[in-house]
Structure formats: structure tokens, C-alpha cells
Design a protein around this ligand. Structure first.
Ligand SMILES: Cc1cc2nc3c(=O)[nH]c(=O)nc-3n(C[C@H](O)[C@H](O)[C@H](O)COP(=O)(O)OP(=O)(O)OC[C@H]3O[C@@H](n4cnc5c(N)ncnc54)[C@H](O)[C@@H]3O)c2cc1C
Length: 327
């Protein structure tokens, strides 16, 4: 594999993959690097034996015509399907989409025609003679004419700081105001179907839990499997505590909806779960020579659709800078 390309994208979440697909269609040579073992970032599905859990984004909503067309295409390709139109007996008419077979079905379809390289943690960005030199933890160097950074903003800034990237002070101050919620997640495999009401999702407004999902009712798990999201306050306060202890506390709080016994559980922590503040500019140029853009849900809206909109904004900005020809 040679490591030179037109645009190197850091992050194979919805933002990075949306931009990559658009830029590749425009004729650019694009490489996507992600530190994860799987694709999709916060669109995440995990298996535990025969059970499956969506443990990041739970559903996708559609507000714009362009994203609606994308969702139709994913649905026709059997990578997405309607889950429901509301929870706890309320039909508000708004479709909640899910991935097929789980949330990662969508990014897997998007990545199928792209050059995506996993387990490639970027540690530093440097410039040399008009190129970006992107360094990974394993010591690989990727050269590109431009970079799109889609990691959550604090992680993106840390990668720049580790290299020779200098950001103008005013812009840096603006980016440093973008804060994120954290979310502790417990995935519990049950010995019998849960008591989460149909269609398998429950939002709570009091206590340590904000969301419970029954992945079996949702249609992604053949075994009873519940995803529990802790509140942002609980997640922050308990972030450094022993994860098993925290999981037991959350499982106790969830007991009325679990039904039978918990056979097995796992915990996951999303340090940067959702941006609390959104800078609705689409994407941010951090450097122009050579170009480096920053994109992500923090620059459009704090949800999957926002990430796609930011990815498209970044692709349009690269086209404006002369990368590829928009189709
Ligand atoms: C618990 C939870 C529940 C949510 N629920 C919903 C919901 O129901 N509906 C909804 O619309 N949205 C929801 N969201 C938000 C939604 O998931 C995000 O808005 C969206 O997925 C963000 O996509 P992204 O591509 O911008 O970021 P990410 O998906 O975070 O992608 C960034 C990628 O960058 C990679 N990366 C980071 N650092 C490096 C590095 N150094 N080197 C290489 N790669 C790196 C990461 O591995 C990651 O894959 C939820 C999020 C969470 C965490």
C-alpha cells in the first residue's frame, strides 16, 4: 500500500465517510484512517455471544431533503430500516431509522467502495514542502495534499499540538469553547425478554439513566439484550470509578425494566458523546497551505444527520479549494 493521496481523512465515522464518498465521486484520491477496530465511530454495534447491542447512536432522524435521499438509498440497499415513529406508546409521526443488521450496517455500506484503514491511530500532523505528513502510533507516515480532521474537537487539537500545526489564537479560543457530554453505557444480556415497553426504547427524565433500549424488540438481536445509557451528569461524576461497580449500580437502577437475570454485561464509556455547543459553520479551515479542515457533528448538529451535513460541507470546501470536480 502506498501512502500518498490527495486528501487524508482522520475518522471513519459519519462525517469522515460522508466526505470521503463525496470527494471520491469528485475524482479525488482519498484515504480514511481510523484508530478503531471497527468502522462507524459513534455509530457502533457490539456482539456478546449471539446477542447484538447498538451502544452509541440509537436511531437516526431525518430533517433535510439531502439526508432523506441518503437514507432512502441505504434503506434500498438493506443497510437501514424504519424502527418506529415514537416511544412509550406515543406516535409523533417522526421516523426513527436504525441500521441493518445494527447501526454499523450504515457505515459498513458507505465504506465498501472507499480506502478505509482501521487500527491506524493518528498521533501527529506535520507539514513538509506543501504536503501534510500524518504520523500513526505504529510509526507509519501518510502524505497527502490536504487533511480532513473529523475526530472530536479536543482530540483533533491534541493531534495538531503533537505536530507542528499552529492555530491562530482567536480560532483556537473559539474551538476550545466546544464542550461534549460524556456517556457511560452498560450492555446487559438477559435470560428472558426485558420489560422495556414496545417498540423497545424508553427515555427517562429522572435518576442516573436517560435511555434504555431493548435490542431484541428493535430487531437487531436474537437474544434479550438491553442497552443502558447513563445521564451526562452521572457519567461525568462516575467517569473514573471502577466500571464494574458503576455497571452494577446502573443495572440496579434499571431493574424494573430488565425482568429476569443479567447473564453477562459489558461497559463502554463515550468520553465525547455529543457536543453541548454547536458552531454551525459546517466545517472550519485550520490551515490553507496545505489545507486542513476540521469537521464533525460539532459544526452542524449534535446527531448523525449533523455529522453527514458537516461531511458534505467539508467536501464542498475542498472542491472550492480546487480538489476534484463536483459531479
Ligand atoms: C451514546 C450516544 C448516543 C447517541 N444517540 C444518538 C441518536 O440516537 N441519534 C443521533 O442522531 N445521534 C446520536 N448520537 C450522536 C451521533 O452518534 C454523532 O453525532 C455522530 O455519530 C458523530 O459522527 P462523527 O463522524 O462526527 O464522529 P465519530 O463517529 O466520533 O467519528 C470520529 C472518528 O474519529 C476516530 N478517531 C478519533 N481520534 C482518532 C485518531 N487519533 N486517529 C484515527 N482516528 C481517530 C474515531 O475512532 C471515530 O471513529 C449519539 C452518540 C452517543 C455517543
Amino acid at each position: 500500500m502506498h501512502n500518498d493521496c490527495d486528501i487524508l481523512i482522520i475518522g471513519a465515522g459519519m462525517t469522515g465517510l460522508t466526505a470521503a464518498a463525496e470527494l471520491a465521486d469528485n475524482g479525488c484520491r482519498v484515504v480514511v484512517l481510523d484508530k478503531g477496530r471497527g468502522l462507524g465511530g459513534r455509530l457502533a454495534t457490539r456482539r456478546m455471544g449471539e446477542a447484538s447491542f447498538d451502544h452509541g447512536a440509537q436511531f437516526v432522524t431525518v430533517r433535510t431533503p439531502r439526508f432523506a435521499r441518503k437514507m432512502q438509498a441505504w434503506s434500498q440497499a438493506a443497510a437501514a430500516r424504519e424502527w418506529c415513529r415514537g416511544f412509550a406508546g406515543v406516535n409523533d409521526g417522526h421516523v426513527r431509522w436504525r441500521g441493518e443488521p445494527g447501526m454499523t450496517g450504515i457505515p459498513k455500506l458507505m465504506a465498501a467502495s472507499l480506502d478505509v484503514r482501521l487500527e491506524q491511530q493518528v498521533v501527529a500532523l506535520r507539514t513538509e514542502a506543501g504536503w501534510w505528513k500524518v504520523e500513526t502510533k505504529t510509526g507509519e507516515i501518510h502524505r497527502s495534499r490536504a487533511v480532513l480532521q473529523t475526530a472530536p474537537v479536543p482530540q483533533a487539537l491534541a493531534m495538531l499540538d503533537a505536530g507542528d500545526g499552529v492555530i491562530e489564537a482567536g480560532l483556537r479560543a473559539r474551538l476550545e469553547t466546544i464542550a461534549y457530554e460524556s456517556c457511560l453505557v452498560v450492555m446487559a444480556l438477559l435470560d428472558q425478554p426485558s420489560r422495556v415497553p414496545a417498540p423497545g426504547g424508553l427515555q427517562l427524565t429522572e435518576g442516573p439513566i436517560v435511555w434504555l433500549a431493548d435490542n431484541q424488540q428493535k430487531g437487531i438481536s436474537i437474544q434479550p439484550a438491553v442497552t443502558i445509557h447513563a445521564s451526562p451528569e452521572y457519567s461525568l461524576t462516575n467517569w473514573d470509578r471502577d466500571r464494574n461497580e458503576t455497571a452494577r449500580e446502573l443495572l440496579n437502577a434499571a431493574a424494573p425494566w430488565l425482568g429476569g437475570e443479567v447473564k453477562q454485561f459489558q461497559v463502554h464509556g463515550w468520553r465525547y458523546s455529543r457536543p453541548l455547543t454547536v458552531d454551525e459553520c459546517g466545517c472550519v479551515p485550520l490551515s490553507l497551505d496545505p489545507p486542513l479542515l476540521l469537521a464533525g457533528d460539532a459544526f452542524a448538529a449534535p446527531r448523525v444527520e449533523g455529522a453527514a451535513l458537516s461531511g458534505w460541507a467539508a467536501a464542498a470546501e475542498f472542491a472550492r479549494l480546487g480538489f476534484g470536480t463536483p459531479q
